[in-house]
Design a protein around this ligand. Sequence first.
Ligand code: HSE
Length: 305
Amino acid sequence: MAGPSFRGQAVRVQVPATSANLGPGFDALGLALGLYDEIAVRVAESGLSVDVSGEAADEVRRDERHLVVSTMRKAFDALGGQPRGLEVRCLNRIPHGRGLGSSSAAIVAGIVAARALILGGEESMDDAAALELATRIEGHPDNVAACLLGGATIAWMDGDRASATRFEPASSLTPVVFVPHTSLKTKKARRLLPESVPHADASFNAGRAALLVEALSRRTDLLFAATEDRLHQGYRAEAMPRSAALIEALRADGIAAVVSGAGPSILALPSPAAAEDLLARAPRGWRAWRLPVDLDGAQASALRL
Ligand code: HSE
């Protein structure tokens, strides 16, 4: 069978950072943030070249094991075949290992780039199929859903099958992220979770997660109550004591603050009036950014290299 037809032109893909969980929505809720990794990819005559700059550029491989490349290979397989050669350039802006969705961004970028390099690729692999592949690679659907679709997302699993739906976040949402200099592997953070939780905690989180969808979309005045969680943050606090302490201090002042994803970064959702002053609450050595919500998710466009 003939393989797919590849575009001669290079493709540029932009993918947003994401914050998952948002407190009670463990492995389900996600929010896309206006901080972007960019990649430029092109089919080449032969071989593989990988160029990386920006965040964690010194720490990542320049070979088939680079996450964008290994993901592109899986997506090409799913789309019918590999190109002769591949050139990949990455500009990283999303900090690695901080709970801001850098691995999901690399995975979504790889999938969106691979399908954009193939004529008819978007028809062969729609967003639902892209989300399934991305979730299989990442292991949980919440970051990849928000990264792919933008805005606020609810993801769910049906057996091995991931699905997601996007909803429009309130225009007054004002995310502030606090990024420590230390990292934490999601795998390690997941190992800290118990096998089972008390029914009362599960019921508490179900109510708060439902409330959070309303708070994020229409009733931002409810964000403080809606971001309470009993399923993961408490169990993981020992792995990120400074993050836990800052969240406690911010919440004591009435600010809706949560662990971003598996941490150790913090996402705060203050009122727009309080956002600028909040940046000063970053501990020494931490970075603090006020970021817009990304509404568009992953974007691919043609590029001349
Ligand atoms: N829901 C995942 C977790 C997000 O908390 O483990 C990881 O970014």
